[in-house]
Design a protein around this ligand. Structure first.
Ligand SMILES: [Mg+2]
Length: 365
């Protein structure tokens, strides 16, 4: 199965409601789509969201990296040489992890199709179903409590709340949510690097003393500040999950070696795809550090690849893959089935994506 070409396009899917964090408000998912074509007629699909604020990857940069570097390096190669092709994707250009992730998942998709095996089975095949949390958009406390009630009525048992800009308001928001959620529901928070280490310890311990009972905090301090991250992990009553601090497998090892975090968040767009995500998962197994699988604001093609690794590996115990359920429509045929919190992996060969509704995609070539 030889790679004969790459098609690039942009996918646009409206969200159910605008997604608000302290930094931005987003109304649509607008992602780059890649279709890797082969001489057998098999097509492998990939997707990359331009999340400049986290990965530095913009739409133009993703398109340029794939068209001018990654594509040129793998066209003419045989999918059967999986290891070679995956390493070429990583080595032909530095950084550009979102572009690499999109092509990497498309190649895995093709390799699974070639040998007629679902990719999650190829990588381990631990289970067929996983359960995701859902993010509650940042609003005033009453509205967030209403959104939480709505999420609970839809069956969610784990809520994720973005915090950081205003500590007093954060406590009011979380208190309002904990009141309506009761003691059984899990609440995890994501500070997206908002705090200084000492401030983080003080705020987190105050939150626990108020009875908020937080499951963990994501990335309380700046991404580069591993000493600060360790400071919080050692002193806070709330467990710490490293997100923006972990892009590469090397980052993950550095953090686990220093015990700078309790958990690691794997995102395909940060690490450059399944090839490196598997390395992070393997390292985490050695250190005994449980992982979460997360996503950006993504539609179903790339989240589907994240579902495959989450279903493959037991070390991934936490799931934050609410991208597709935040979308108001699903223009992707095939792949994992998302029924609110319950996600079932596709048992079709490869990653199981069958096609994209042409009304939602603009192909560039
Ligand atoms: Mg995060």
């Amino acid at each position: 199965m030889k790679i004969t070409g790459i098609r690039l396009g942009t996918l646009s899917v409206p969200l159910r409601v605008p997604f608000k964090t302290a930094l931005r408000t987003v109304e649509r998912v607008e992602d780059v789509i890649v279709a890797v074509l082969t001489d057998t007629g098999a097509v492998g699909y990939g997707e990359a969201p331009p999340t400049g604020v986290i990965t530095g990857d913009t739409t133009g940069a993703i398109v340029g990296a794939i068209r001018d570097h990654i594509g040129k390096s793998i066209i003419g190669r045989d999918v059967d040489e999986l290891e070679e092709v995956l390493q070429t994707i990583q080595r032909c250009i530095v950084k550009n992890t979102s572009a690499k992730a999109a092509v990497d998942m498309a190649v895995w998709d093709l390799y699974g199709q070639l040998y007629r095996i679902p990719v999650y089975k190829l990588m381990g095949g631990a289970r067929k179903q996983i359960v995701t949390d859902i993010t509650i958009s940042v609003n005033d406390p009453e509205e967030m409590a209403r959104d939480a009630v709505n999420a609970l009525s839809r069956g969610y048992g784990c809520l994720k709340v973005k915090v950081g800009a205003n500590p007093a308001l954060d406590v009011a928001r979380l208190t309002a949510i904990r009141e309506v959620a009761g003691p059984e529901i899990k609440i995890r928070i994501d500070a997206n690097q908002a705090w200084k280490p000492k401030e983080a310890v003080k705020l987190l311990n105050q939150m626990q003393e108020k009875g908020l009972d937080l499951e963990f905090v994501e990335q309380p301090v700046a991404a580069h500040d591993l000493e600060g991250l360790r400071y919080v992990t050692e002193r806070s009553y709330v467990s710490v999950l490293a997100d923006e601090s972990v892009f590469s497998p090397e980052d993950a090892v550095r953090i686990m070696e220093r015990r700078a975090a309790d958990f690691i968040n794997i995102k395909l767009m940060k690490c450059g795809g399944l090839y490196n995500a598997l390395k992070i998962a393997s390292a985490a197994e050695i250190y005994g550090v449980e992982c979460m699988i997360g996503c950006m604001l993504e539609a179903k093609i790339s989240v589907n690849a994240a579902v495959a690794i989450a279903c493959a590996k037991n070390i991934i115990t936490k799931v934050d893959l609410d991208g597709p359920v935040l979308c108001s429509e699903d223009p992707i045929q095939g792949g994992a089935v998302f029924r609110e919190k319950d996600i079932t992996v596709s048992d079709l060969p490869g990653l199981g994506i069958q096609g994209i509704d042409p009304a939602y995609i603009r192909w560039m070539s």
